[in-house]
Design a protein around this ligand. Structure first.
Ligand SMILES: [Zn+2]
Length: 442
């Protein structure tokens, strides 16, 4: 094993690397991730690692660096995955320059500070320590930094796993998807084992077109509105899927007695009828986890005040729990919309991705419980898309775990305004990632 790392020095280095990384604008669109990939590659090469940068399109760099293990089994690798791109930031809304990487009030500020350049640096520090010490662990450790996550990963993780699977082959992945939350009761370290599947559906109604002075019997817009009205009035039933139930149970185990009773009451089968009332009291984020959800996201019809259009269309963004079969869901939706003479077509479906639950999970729980004794380690379902999906579909177990405790206000800054990470959280995260990797791979 390598000598115990000097965390004070390494923490300073991690903060400095993160600052430089945040200053490289990788706003997606357009992404332009190659300069960020080159920046990380140069640091890795200085520590003696070989790196590979592959562009899925000009400017769309993806970086891979593999630290070979003694077992000489690339398929058994532990993959440290993060994305290079960030969502846009409007400087006029921010109180600091989103790409200035300022430090004040105990925070490092900038777009990507949480989502997820600092996690990339926590992972990078582990790889740097191992490379500098020149100590091979038993398992391969592969550092992967991808483009395009914020637009669905088509030019990043999806492209890499499809076109260069041999470079990213692994058994386990650690990625984003769960964080520590200080304000849940009790506080929790969320570890995402799965995520909701994405299904985008286009609805189209057709009717007789013609002059606005002579309304037809079957107006396309009228049919579409009737169908959408039915969907709005009768959304998918709320439910507690098995993974969400596990989250509640993990919290209950560590909660105060009255709180535990309240959580357990929700989980009783007879409480299911009270779910709608309960859901109304939950924040939007938690409510979204109670079963399949449908959001109406686009509406298109008509081009002139006095012309009745022959077609009207709408787009639905459906997010499905792991137990729902997307094809079956689509079949039921199509049958329901057919009653309004509205046709459904799938615009995009990423299919189910399964629930990751391999031998790494108890180790993650053990390390996190030692590092964050105040928090309950809780398996969770991630409501949104992450690149973990592509790796799960390749057969790897992927865990969404960013080991930093955040308040609700701090969580609200990612994809939001004034994104920032507590400096002590970033420093501690480096230690936790190192502990996970060295224990998992020794
Ligand atoms: Zn992210």
């Amino acid at each position: 094993m390598p000598a115990p790392p000097d965390w004070k020095k390494l923490g300073d280095e991690a903060v400095e690397i993160t600052r430089q990384y945040l200053r490289i604008d990788t706003t997606n669109p357009p992404g332009n991730e190659t300069p960020a990939a080159d920046f990380l590659a140069a640091i890795l090469r200085e520590a003696g690692l070989e790196t590979t940068t592959l562009e899925s399109a000009p400017g769309r760099g993806n970086l891979i660096a593999r630290l070979p293990g003694r077992a000489r089994d690339p398929g058994g690798a532990l993959c440290l995955l993060h994305h290079l791109d960030v969502v846009p930031a409007d400087p006029s809304e921010w109180s600091v320059d989103p790409f200035g990487a300022e430090i004040h009030d105990g925070y490092l500020w900038g777009r990507g500070a949480i989502d997820m350049k600092s996690m990339g640096v926590m992972q990078l520090m582990t790889v740097l320590i191992l490379a500098r010490e020149q100590v091979a662990l038993e398992r391969d450790v592969v550092f992967v930094a991808v483009a395009d996550e914020e637009a669905g990963g088509v030019m990043g993780a999806a492209w890499l796993t499809k076109h260069h699977p041999e470079l990213v082959t692994c058994r386990d992945v650690i990625n984003e998807g769960g964080y520590g939350l200080t304000e849940t009761k009790p506080p929790m370290m969320a570890c995402a084992l799965s995520e909701k599947a994405l299904l985008w559906v286009k609805l189209t109604a057709r009717g007789q077109p013609g002059h606005g002075s002579m309304p037809p019997d079957d107006p396309a817009i009228g049919k579409l509105l009737a169908a959408l009205g039915d969907l709005a009035a009768h959304p998918p039933a709320l439910s507690i899927s098995p993974l969400v139930e596990r989250t509640f149970r993990a919290l209950a185990a560590r909660a105060s007695a009255p709180r535990r009773t309240a959580i357990e009451a929700i989980l009783r089968p007879e409480a299911r009828r009270a779910l709608p009332a309960l859901a109304r009291r939950l924040p939007r984020y938690q409510r979204s986890l109670l079963g399949d959800v449908i959001s109406m996201t686009k509406l298109e019809a008509g081009y002139k005040e006095n012309v009745v259009p022959g077609a009207a269309s709408a787009t639905l963004d459906c997010r499905l729990v792991p137990e729902t079969d997307p094809e079956e869901f689509f079949g039921r939706l199509s049958a329901r919309m057919a009653r309004f003479d509205v046709r459904c077509e799938i615009l995009f479906s990423d299919g189910p991705c399964g629930v990751s639950e391999g031998p790494l999970l108890p180790l993650l729980e053990a390390v996190c419980t030692e590092a964050f004794p105040e928090a309950a380690f809780a398996p969770v379902l991630c409501p949104a898309f992450t690149d973990s999906r592509y790796f799960r579909q390749q057969g790897a177990d992927a865990y969404g775990l960013v080991p930093v405790m955040l308040s609700n206000a701090e969580v609200a800054t990612f994809h939001g305004i004034d994104e920032r990470i507590p400096l002590d959280g970033l420093r501690k995260g480096c230690e936790v990632v190192y502990e996970i990797v060295t224990r998992a791979c020794r």
